[in-house]
Design a protein around this ligand. Sequence first.
Ligand code: NAP
Ligand code: GLV
Length: 309
Amino acid sequence: MAIVIIRQDDKIDVWKQALLNRSPNLKVYSYLEEHPKEEITMALIWKHPIGSLAQYPNLKCIASAGAGVDYIFDDPDAPQHVPITRVIDPFLASDMSEHVLALILAEIKNFNTYRVQQASQEWKPKNYKRIKDITVGIMGLGELGSLTALDLKKVGFSVQGWSKTKKDLKDVSTFSGKEGLKPFLSSSQILVCLLPLTPETEGILNKELFLQLPKGAYIINVARGGHLVDHDLIAALDNNLLSGASLDVYHQEPLPVSHPFWNHPKIFMTPHYASVSDTNSVVPQIIENYERLQIGTVLLNQVDRIKRY
Ligand code: NAP
Ligand code: GLV
């Protein structure tokens, strides 16, 4: 039994070391070094090269090193019957909640506008808004969305959430399903997307949805680029249907330099870094699952292959 780490960034060694620090006898390899393919039972991956998972005949678990798993379903060569696990971690949730709070405060206190004005040395005060007057709508009330909703409520926002099945969250108005979407959108002045990317949610942030929001609503997409129809966002910003957007995720990452988002005055961009798995915090659940594989018991944080999240 052994673990292979497959990712295309520079974090393989950090993960390997964190695993070994916790469990020095583990057999753990980078996919870039010589390694015995038939010994590999767990692949710890993040945005692996397409096809790379197909080389392991005895794979028993595909462990995503992040919360999202959409990239695994995008690989036609990934084994179809091997369990997929994902990360559920308190820091991943609280980092996201803090990021979203920062974005909302920047918007309602006009920092986004002043950033643009500063570049052209413009002195133009603009009325700010108060937390108590703002309703934030969170799409997706899972691990990240529910904490974000509860934290925003604590700060004083009115908060509502939308999910597939009805949720009960303290002091948060909840909506669910297709029939719940319209009433949810109609009062969401700031809309935060924290949905998983699945065939059902792909392209959900589109013109039709924007038209159901209050005029001048603000969009925050911190889930996946595939949720957003890029040209619908640009059109809605340009015709003042929406007042602005904060984006952390894109169809293509890094975003090509020719993409119109880069220079749009109403778009604030971050480089898919809202919330990043903390290796030391996450490693125990990876090792726990590796041990569970050995005794053949149920894995933690297993993804439903039908729902794709
Ligand atoms: P999660 O725990 O799986 O929660 C997903 C939520 O979305 C659930 O409430 C689910 O409803 C709801 N949902 C799924 N499909 C739906 C549909 N068709 N209609 C309505 N609601 C639907 O996900 P998570 O861990 O909170 O993560 C959310 C997303 O954040 C991830 O998938 C990932 O893409 C993204 N993410 C981004 C970053 C970043 O740095 N930008 C970091 C981490 C994660 P039910 O509960 O009723 O099923
Ligand atoms: C980051 O995007 C994650 O899914 O953890």
